[in-house]
Design a protein around this ligand. Structure first.
Ligand code: PHE
Length: 495
């Protein structure tokens, strides 16, 4: 029966009768499953065409095993029926009835004294009765048909795990305030046909739902990293900084370490910390004059410094690697500035990717982004560095800063930067900073008296703090969380 007909049958019945006392028997009078009628009832009730009241009943339903017995007889009766007049061996009966029916049947039939054995032969099962009455089957069939059985019977069946309790809901029905014999289908659109035939005059139209939300508009999305990167970029630009070219992911050890006065035995130069390239494993393009000066300063010092006093090797400086910090870019830029005469003060920044051979966890990736800023001018002091850091970070919303003495091979003094996190209610480390050492600046050819203040931080850290992300892998890399990214559409409407 089609849903439409079920609905018509129900409404017709209610128009001439005061009520339908029980939807279950009404469903069987229509010859449809109750579920189908239930759907119709729910839809009619939503439009107040009918009024329904729940009738909750707990009924006992047969288990799969019990349904088998209702159809084929109880195990004990099946067993007795399978025994021929001369008797049968246990093995033959088992084979015929299956393990379950055989085991249960043997026990119950023995209890009823329906079977017996000859003296001395426990294997041959004999039939002791002509006729067996199958009470169990009868009871199960009654239950199946929705007829009542005695409570004691239910208890027995429960014990044998042949019935389970099931809650069923059906309904009693009355006409609702909006009762109609036939539901009007409301028109949703005026079509060409409606206009041609003129029937639009008589149609009833469905109301517009002005409260409905529109379809989400498919747009591009910005990774939070890019969003934070842009705001940081804007801060640098507002503060008069110029971007450095950061396009070289592959760098030589020379620019990444040696130019920064980082000794060749420094642990960061180990392959456990740095990714070295296999091919091409070395670079030949290094500025020879400058390289000589770097060698000097490492080996024996100069400009008032003692140097490190070791045997500096060009081979080591030529090794290619994936840059471990953007300070390699700053070193190249400072060298370039030093070659431009006369010297002019500069403010530079960069935001780009760096690589470290690290174990990946919730807060570490083998590649991430660094933000770096530097100012070079005559007579800069640590006070200037603190001032510029306070200006920079307060523009990012971090106005409470603290500094802690630290060590970098290329800066002296060096300071770690901490910011008070209101949400976490503690000081969190947000970056590293310092004044580049004369051992780094003077071999480049920068004039005496020129100082460089600089700082660096990761892009991921502030982004995680700003977005409340606690796993860096949700933010960047192959496991990035797309739902997170989809929360920041590229184009915002109505803002
Ligand atoms: N290069 C440092 C780092 O990787 C950051 C830094 C930049 C420190 C500039 C001082 C000056 O953590």
């Amino acid at each position: 029966m089609a849903t439409r007909d079920v609905e018509a049958g129900l409404l017709a019945h209610l128009s001439t009768n005061a009520e339908i006392a029980d939807s279950r028997s009404f469903a069987s009078s229509l010859g449809v499953p109750h579920k189908e009628l239930e759907d119709v009832i729910k839809s009619l009730a939503a439009f107040r065409i009918v009024q329904s009241a729940d009738i909750t009943k707990e009924t006992w339903v047969l288990t799969d095993e019990a349904r088998g017995y209702a159809a084929r007889g109880s195990p004990e009766v099946q067993l007795v029926a399978a025994i021929p007049p001369e008797g049968a061996s246990k093995a033959a009966l088992k084979e015929k009835l299956g393990d379950v029916v055989f085991d249960i049947g043997m026990k119950a039939a023995a209890r009823n004294k329906w079977i017996g054995f000859q003296k001395g032969n426990k294997d041959l099962v004999l039939r002791m009765v002509e006729d067996t009455k199958d009470e169990l089957q009868e009871q199960l069939r009654r239950l199946e048909n929705g007829e009542g059985v005695a409570n004691k019977v239910i208890d027995d069946l429960k014990k044998r795990k042949l019935v389970t309790k099931e809650k069923t809901i059906w309904y009693s029905l009355k006409k609702g305030p909006e009762f109609v014999l036939k539901r009007k289908t409301l028109a949703t659109d005026v079509t060409r046909e409606h206009l041609k035939s003129g029937d639009w005059k008589d149609l009833e139209f469905k109301d517009y739902n002005y409260g409905a939300l529109g379809q989400p508009i498919p747009t591009g999305y910005v990774n939070p990293l890019l969003e934070v990167r842009e705001s940081i970029q804007n801060i640098f630009i507002e503060m008069g900084f110029i971007e450095m070219p950061t396009n070289m992911f592959v760098e030589s050890s020379f620019w990444n370490f040696d130019a920064l006065f980082q000794p060749q035995q420094h642990p960061a130069r180990d392959s456990h910390d740095t990714f070295f390239l296999k091919a091409p494993s070395t670079t030949t393009q290094l500025p020879n004059d400058y390289l000589e000066k770097v060698k000097q300063i490492h080996q024996s010092g100069g400009y008032g410094s003692k140097g490190y006093g070791y045997d500096w090797k060009r081979d080591e400086a030529e090794k290619n690697l994936l840059r471990t910090h953007t300070t390699a870019v700053s070193a190249r830029m400072l060298y370039k500035i030093a070659q431009e005469k006369p010297f002019a003060p500069k403010r530079y920044y960069s935001i780009d990717r760096v690589f470290r051979n690290e174990a990946v966890d919730r807060t570490h990736l083998a590649e991430f982004h660094q933000i770096e800023g530097l100012i070079c001018d005559y007579g800069l002091t640590l006070g200037d560095l603190k001032g510029v850091l306070e200006d920079f970070f307060s523009r990012l919303g971090m106005s409470q800063l603290r500094f802690k003495p630290a060590y970098n091979p290329y800066t002296e003094p060096s300071m770690e930067i901490f910011s008070y996190h209101d949400g976490l209610k503690k000081w969190v480390e947000i970056g590293n900073s310092g004044m580049f050492r004369p051992e780094m600046l003077l071999p480049m050819g920068l004039p005496e008296g020129v100082n460089v203040i600089a700082w660096g931080l990761s892009l991921e850290r502030p982004t995680m703090i700003l977005y409340g992300i606690d796993n860096i892998r949700d933010l960047f890399g192959p496991k990035v969380d797309f739902n997170l990214i989809k929360s920041s559409p590229m184009c915002r409407l109505g803002m």
